[in-house]
Design a protein around this ligand. Structure first.
Ligand SMILES: Nc1nc(=O)c2c([nH]1)NC[C@@H]1CN(c3ccc(C(=O)N[C@@H](CCC(=O)O)C(=O)O)cc3)C=[N+]21
Length: 294
């Protein structure tokens, strides 16, 4: 079994992004990413501050806007409108989930599609499905890069995605079965209503576990030598301590898999790296400055 080192692959992407930042700055463009948080979830605060640290590391101007979680929803909508109108901001990310008083679909629709570095705007979702993506959603894009780094070409292979979320399962399936680099796999999407899940995952050369259930994928569900990508980030209590586990029962699956991503240190760092990638791509397109994306 080989561990696929997400931290190492993400560091390479960040190096390439830092070069893009240099190119943009030489052309007079200061790439900037705005993160917006309207939530009282402590995990969200951690993720947003990680994204801001990443920006600093590669020379992207990170702007953070905190909206009071008791404020009326209009405050979030207005914040997004202001960031859309600000030419010095190239990427806008509203951290999900947002508080209950906010209409999530309205927020996703309200981000300028040209600044939608998450790739969640319906126009960008449509472009992805049509096979002409503008911004590939960060987690599935990061997974494509992890597979490539592990020397796994999905073309012609059986890929099984477990989970049908808008942010991982659906876009992941589209990238895996789509044409082009990192695609062309025969792709099955399984979910909570799938009968006999194991009969699907056992046939897979590549399993992407994105169900949001701790240690859901066990060794008996995986074929010998398969590539296993664990998207889960679940905080669980273990021996009186809070630890992070994925959607894959790592120890037993690792013995059987050909390659596997750990949690932490697998998909998570790649999600953040591809966000930086999308930010320099956005800046490049908004200013007509050519860059060499990593
Ligand atoms: N608009 C929006 N865009 C997002 O991309 C988005 C979001 N909302 N809401 C929440 C999820 C979650 N997410 C993570 C990204 C990286 C790690 C990550 O880097 N995790 C580290 C360790 C984390 C830890 O130690 O807690 C790892 O897996 O190695 C985690 C979680 C982005 N999300």
């Amino acid at each position: 079994m080989t561990d696929i080192d997400g931290n190492a692959v993400a560091a390479e992407i960040r190096d390439g992004v830092a070069d893009c930042v240099e190119t943009l700055k030489r052309a007079g463009v200061e790439p900037a990413l705005a993160t917006v948080l309207m939530s009282d979830d402590p995990a969200s605060e951690t993720y947003v501050s990680m994204k801001q640290n990443d920006c600093e590391e590669v020379g992207i101007d990170g702007i953070h806007v905190d909206v009071d979680d008791d404020a009326p929803a209009e405050e979030l909508y207005d914040t997004v409108d202001e960031l859309n109108a600000d030419d010095s901001v190239h990427g806008v990310l509203v951290q999900m989930p947002v508080v209950d008083q906010v209409d999530t679909r309205r927020v996703l629709r309200s981000v300028d599609p040209a600044k939608d570095v998450d790739g969640f705007h319906p126009e960008n979702v449509g472009r992805l499905v049509a096979g002409n993506p503008r911004f590939k959603p960060c987690t599935p894009h990061g997974i494509q890069r992890l597979l490539a780094a592990a020397g796994v070409d999905p073309e012609g292979k059986e890929a099984v995605v477990v989970g049908r979320s808008d942010i991982v399962g659906k876009p992941m399936a589209n990238l895996l079965f789509g044409r082009g680099e990192g695609g062309n796999a025969t792709t099955t999407v399984c979910h909570s209503r799938t009968d006999d899940l194991a009969s699907h995952t056992r046939r897979a050369d590549i399993v992407v576990a994105a169900a949001g259930i701790p240690e859901f994928i066990t060794a008996d569900m995986i074929s010998e030598g398969a590539t296993v990508i664990d998207v889960g980030i679940n905080r669980v209590e273990r021996d009186g301590e809070s630890t992070l586990v994925g959607d894959v029962a790592y120890d037993e699956v690792a013995d059987k898999a050909g390659a596997i991503t750990p949690v932490p240190g697998g998909v998570g760092p790649m999600t953040r790296a591809m966000l930086l990638y999308n930010t320099v791509k956005a800046a490049s397109e908004q200013h007509g400055v050519e860059i060499d994306l990593p």
